[in-house]
Write a protein that binds this ligand. Structure first.
Ligand code: ZN
Length: 268
């Protein structure tokens, strides 16, 4: 939480705020923060404390990972850093989505143990044939809805960029650890990354989302734009913001591998 990304450079050639039409504007981030501040006090002391912190975010930034304005700044740095790094050698990158089976009831996302999830992932990579790969990404959250009468549940999952190994080896590294079930038919999904600058910036920024969504079985299968517009209700955004604040920016990212030309792998 003390990590000061405001002092780090944004590579303008890969700045998501310049390259991505739908990247949140500063004023959108401010609106989002005001809405959160109003919704947070419903969540007791942790909610009130975060609301206070966000309210104080001005000339001196609060640097909370639950603050939409600070999140926007972090995403510009993270997205541009990853995209610039990939662009040096844009071939053989893959996007990897991993959906663990753990679901959390609404009101209980605070029980999510991201450290454990990350430790397991680290071990899975270490014991696989892609143990030397550069892997970068982050945690994403959505609310999973069901087509039966079950109440929606939180579903934390991973979205990563991996270089090295190839699709088969990457799938083999994770498939055995994340089993498919009725609610998650494809827990591990690997795709080749496209190599144009805009594609690199888009995917790099997507590893650390600012907008969290409802996932409904029907829209998932249609895969159309409706899914994108179905943002979480503010009350649910507020519950999640408390978790994001505790997690911090560095807690939410995944970094694996060693390359002295990418200091972001080591920044603390
Ligand atoms: Zn802030």
């Amino acid at each position: 939480m003390k990590f000061n990304f405001y002092s780090l450079d944004i590579n303008e050639d890969y700045d998501p705020a310049k390259h991505l039409k739908r990247f949140e504007t500063m004023s959108e981030a401010h609106v989002r923060r005001r809405r959160l501040v109003r919704a947070l006090p419903d969540f007791g002391e942790p909610g009130r404390a975060l609301a206070e912190r966000l309210t104080g975010c001005g000339f001196f930034r609060c640097r909370s990972a639950g603050c939409p304005v600070c999140l926007r700044a972090f995403r510009r740095w993270w997205g541009s850093t990853l995209a610039a790094y990939m662009s040096r050698d844009p071939d053989y990158w893959f996007t990897v989505s991993i959906v663990p089976p753990d679901l959390f009831d609404i009101g209980h996302i605070h029980q999510f143990n991201w450290k454990l999830l990350k430790d397991r992932l680290r071990n899975q990579i270490a014991r696989s044939q892609i143990s030397q790969a550069i892997i970068l990404g982050g945690l994403d959250y959505n609310l999973l809805h069901f087509d039966d009468d079950r109440a929606p549940k939180w579903r934390p999952h991973l979205y990563l960029l991996a270089q090295g190994g190839g699709r088969g080896l990457i799938e083999a590294a994770f498939r055995k650890h994340y089993a498919a079930n009725e609610d998650t038919r494809r827990p591990v999904f690997v795709n080749p990354q496209r190599t144009k600058v805009r594609d690199l910036v888009w995917t790099a920024t997507y590893t650390f989302k600012a907008r969290f969504e409802n996932r409904r079985p029907c829209t998932d299968e249609r895969g159309n734009a409706d899914t994108d517009n179905d943002e979480l209700a503010v009350h649910h955004q507020a519950e999640l913001a408390i978790l994001l604040d505790r997690q911090g920016f560095l807690g939410r990212i995944i970094r694996h591998g060693d390359d002295p030309s990418l200091p972001a792998l080591k920044v603390r």
